[in-house]
Design a protein around this ligand. Structure first.
Ligand code: GLA
Length: 725
């Protein structure tokens, strides 16, 4: 996978090649990333020509053709002649902010490097690691560039370790996880953006001169932009064109910035957002940037999606939830909000019993004085007025109905009206003498601080030990503000955002060690922290607080570019939908929700017999096809963002002998057009039986298509089960 030849480093995956080269001045150049080619030195197209106002390194003497400003860099320096986006910005003891990195050596290792305290892809011999060592001799700083290569999945992971070898502290102002220079002009930038209840909608724009960037300064990866972006050729589509996915395994502030340069080349830099980031590196200390993961697909988005999905399922989601079926759940939130007691919960559970539902989730409102969202966060003891006898009494009642029990918790937050806040007001983020900004009427606990983490961890242990709890929905319902920690001196306040995320990861990891079978679903007002970093700890994430089936088509479509169905929490809820007021048929809501990890979020104590039968059938259908849905290859067959008669997608078995195709129509019109659905991913030579009836060859379904029957009414749906003869 990795070849080294005279300072030319070539990484090969099954279908791609990545190359860099240390040149005569020991500058590490990026020479190629794209479809697989041999290991020859690919630096020949790089020109050394004088460009006005692009200065020359000292050792180049009067050779004006050599400038860091025009060369493709592997990890860009700062303030010494490259005016494009920097990767590393330091503030040195003498006040200078210069970084000049030169190659000093490399190491090749079998297996994958590991990271302490940060999420990372894992695995054994199927990986190889390359470490390249750079140094800034004047600053006495070394930079180690790590590359993990997973050949079968076309995945290249990267991370960066910065070490202070000097005898004085150094400040890091930026330490990007990846820099990627493209010696081509014609690239589009695709980002996944939105807001609370409308997350991860794709936006595509040609790169233009200057910098285009997305990011988050909210302390969480956010509903608004996702730490996953794509650069692609202008012609790229689902099954053609070259595309490059760049994903950051990080759940806090991030930035993905793309710059079109004077040479009509493009640079992508991605990592922790430099906003309010100042990290002190004491002599001898090291800083590790979060991991980034690249997939290049030479033939379109579908191939990139499949490689990310497989890599996430196989090398990021940890046991025992790797590849396994997620429990079908019922959650009481939309049915009751805060207004419930044990009897109401039992009524909903009784409604769910016998339908094949396996897990009952008690949502917000079970603790402290939590009768509204104005109080109670931080007081993680059961409200005995609502739940007499506590969890010890409630959980066995649920279990007797054949379901496991899970609960909601929001560990990172505190209400001012809580015993915790009254006892420890300084445990909330907030600067002295400045009243804090509230979000959802709550404050944020200082997870950068050890005693706060310890308290919350112990509180969680008490709950988890008090009854048989097999699932936790870990929520986080506001953006950070007033970011200042009482535990750090003034000159280290720039560390709080990152220390908060490290603190969060630490608590999650401890819980994982102590409760290896506990299933944690991530949540942040739905999908406000839907990122690969969280997936390392929480194998599934509530995709959005928006449960409207038609809006969900868009949200799940955007999410699918990088994240597999097995990570997307999706529920059937009541109509008219609380977010949109829209009515959609029960069948359609089921079809959309079962394309993620399936569940219900409605008052099952109150549904009709007919609805009960539909639910039982839907649950059974999900169980019949879960393996396809969660472990199959996902094909986007049409986009919900484009005008068209329907949105369709398919889950295809890896051996292509089975597929589940789903389709949802928009609003109906009279005299509807006759339409066919062309199905991707099938074996062209196999004959498929569709829903146990007629058969079609795979190539015919791909080229001619399946004749979609006219589905009367708005927002109808259709599912096709394809089985090879
Ligand atoms: C967030 C979650 C919801 C629900 C509420 C409870 O908004 O996304 O699913 O748990 O909090 O307050």
């Amino acid at each position: 996978m990795i070849t080294v030849n005279e300072q030319v480093f070539t990484l090969h995956t099954r279908r791609t090649t990545y190359q860099m080269k240390a040149d005569a001045y020991r500058v590490l150049l990026h020479t190629y990333y794209g479809a697989r080619v041999g290991s020859a030195d690919l630096s020949y197209p790089i020109r050394h020509a004088d460009r006005g106002f692009s200065p020359n390194p000292n050792e180049a003497g009067d050779w004006r053709g050599y400038s860091l400003d025009t060369l493709p860099q592997e990890y860009s320096s700062c303030g010494v002649g490259d005016y494009r986006l920097p990767s590393l910005e330091l503030e040195l003891p003498d006040g200078s902010r210069l970084t000049d990195l030169r190659y000093t050596g490399y190491e090749r290792r079998s297996g994958k490097y590991t990271l302490e305290g940060l999420p990372a892809f894992f695995g054994g011999d199927e990986w190889e690691t390359l470490v390249i060592f750079l140094e800034d001799a004047a600053a006495q700083i070394t930079v180690e560039l790590y590359y993990g290569v997973l050949e079968e999945r076309d995945l290249i992971t990267r991370t960066v370790r910065v070490v202070n070898k000097g005898d004085k502290p150094v400040r890091l102002c930026r330490a990007a996880s990846l820099c990627l220079d493209f010696q081509r002009p014609d690239l589009d930038f695709i980002t996944f953006d939105g807001c609370h209840v409308m997350e991860r909608c794709p936006h595509r724009t040609p790169l233009r001169h200057g910098v285009q960037s997305v990011g988050s300064v909210r302390g969480a990866s956010s509903h608004h932009h996702n730490p996953f972006v794509i650069l692609c050729s202008r012609d790229a589509a689902e099954d053609h064109g070259v595309c490059y996915g760049a994903m950051l395994l990080y759940s806090g502030n991030f930035e993905a910035a793309a710059e079109r340069t004077q040479l009509e080349h493009n640079r992508l830099v991605m990592g922790i957002h430099p906003y309010h980031f100042r990290w002190t590196l004491e002599p001898g200390a090291a800083f590790t940037a979060p991991e980034a993961a690249l997939v290049c697909s030479p033939d379109g988005f579908a191939g990139m999606t499949h490689q990310y999905h497989r890599a996430i399922r196989e090398h990021l989601i940890r046991d025992p939830y790797r590849g396994g079926r997620r429990p079908v759940l019922i959650n009481n939130w939309e049915a009751t909000e805060f207004n419930f007691n044990a009897e109401k919960l039992v009524e909903i559970a009784q409604g769910a019993a016998g339908l094949g539902i396996e897990l009952f989730v008690m949502d917000d409102g079970w603790f402290g004085t939590r009768d509204t969202d104005l109080s109670g966060l931080g007081d993680w003891s059961v409200n005995l007025k609502k739940l007499p006898g506590g969890l010890e009494a409630l959980v066995p009642r649920i279990q007797k109905m054949g379901m496991k029990f899970g609960l909601w918790i929001e560990p990172e937050m505190v209400s001012e009206n809580s015993d915790l806040y009254r006892a420890h007001p300084d445990w909330a983020l907030g600067a002295p003498g400045r009243p804090q900004t509230r979000g959802r009427s709550q404050l944020v606990l200082d997870f950068a601080r050890e005693e706060v983490r310890e308290y919350i961890y112990q509180a969680m242990r008490q709950i988890l030990d008090s009854a048989e709890i097999s699932y936790v929905k870990w929520d986080m319902n506001r953006s950070l503000s007033d970011v200042w920690s009482a535990a750090l001196p003034p000159d280290r306040q720039g560390e709080v955002y990152h220390r908060y995320v490290l603190g969060l990861y630490e608590v999650l990891e401890r819980l994982r060690q102590d409760y290896p079978n506990l299933f944690i679903e991530g949540c942040s007002g739905g999908g406000g922290r839907f990122d690969a970093g969280m997936l390392y700890y929480t194998p599934q994430i509530w995709c959005s607080d928006n449960t409207d089936a038609i809006d969900r088509l868009r949200i799940q479509y955007g999410t699918s570019f990088c994240y597999p169905a097995s990570t997307m929490g999706a529920h059937v809820s009541a109509v008219p939908n609380g977010q949109t007021g829209r009515d959609t048929p029960m069948e359609t809501r089921g079809v959309v929700a079962m394309s993620g990890t399936f569940g219900y979020e409605m008052d099952l104590g109150k549904v009709s017999q007919e609805e009960r039968e539909t639910i039982a059938q839907q649950v059974q259908r999900y169980k019949d096809h879960w393996d396809l849905i969660e472990n199959g290859d996902y094909y986007r067959l049409s986009s919900p963002f484009e005008e068209g008669p329907f949105t369709a997608w398919a889950h295809v078995a890896p051996d292509r002998r089975r597929a589940l195709v789903s389709l949802v129509t928009g609003s109906m019109r009279a005299a509807p057009p006759f339409v066919t659905l062309r199905i991707k991913g099938l074996d062209p030579d196999l004959e498929y039986r569709v829903n146990g009836e007629e058969t079609y060859r795979g190539d015919v379904l791909a080229q001619v298509g399946y004749p979609v029957p006219i589905l009367m009414g708005d927002y109808q749906s259709l599912q096709l089960v394809l089985e090879a003869e």
